[in-house]
Design a protein around this ligand. Structure first.
Ligand SMILES: Cc1cc2nc3c(=O)[nH]c(=O)nc-3n(C[C@H](O)[C@H](O)[C@H](O)COP(=O)(O)O)c2cc1C
Length: 182
């Protein structure tokens, strides 16, 4: 790893003015000395998961997604909740990594930023556990009422949320630098 950790950030919302995308952009500005954050923009290009397509002749978007995770030092997921669950596009992407295990031992931070978000947060935490992602209590965070906490200009306006995110980033950096073999 270079001095900076390379983070692949995935927004579970593909909306152009997504609060989750704004949150990722805000986070990218918080620790520029520690993280280089690249946003994965291919969620909508992934085909619907089908084990029959999980062959050597892999869809290029899937191959690229898997490579991007493998080459990262850590993954940051920021997602809303849709209909009491994980957005389908995000779950679809994660399903493509189950057999190939790119998330196994991968330091991962999960932020569910939504109106409420409890169900998606719990569900995604369970999924990340099953695929052996390295998520600790300190690297996951629920941000309810997100639209009151992040401005359209992409600024975190709620100081408690900012503090929680700062703490999460400290824990995430520690996990990346020290926790790989734990
Ligand atoms: C179809 C739909 C379903 C939603 N269902 C939920 C829900 O179950 N729980 C929740 O907390 N928010 C729900 N929301 C509200 C989203 O959390 C909110 O729109 C959020 O800002 C979306 O994230 P984004 O700004 O990153 O796109 C829903 C929104 C949509 C469009």
């Amino acid at each position: 790893m270079d001095n900076k950790a390379n983070i692949l950030a995935i927004s579970g919302s593909t909306r152009s003015s997504s609060s989750n995308l704004n949150l990722i952009k805000a986070i990218a500005g918080l620790r520029p000395e520690a993280f280089t954050i690249t946003i994965y923009e291919g969620l909508s290009d992934l085909p619907h998961f089908n084990p029959d397509m999980d062959t050597a002749n892999l869809h290029p978007a899937v191959a690229e997604f898997r490579k991007r995770i493998s080459q990262s030092d850590g993954v940051l997921i920021c997602t809303p909740e849709y209909a009491m669950g994980v957005p389908g596009t995000l779950k679809n992407a994660i399903d493509w990594t189950v057999s190939s295990m790119e998330f196994s031992k991968k330091p991962t931070a999960l932020i569910t930023a939504s109106l409420s978000g409890n169900m998606a947060h719990q569900s995604l935490s369970g999924t990340l556990q099953v695929i052996e992602a390295k998520v600790t209590d300190e690297t996951h965070l629920l941000v309810p009422f997100v639209k009151t906490k992040i401005s359209d200009a992409g600024e975190i306006t709620d100081m408690k949320t900012l503090d929680e995110i700062e703490k999460l980033l400290t824990a995430f950096e520690y996990l990346i630098r020290n926790g790989k073999d734990q």
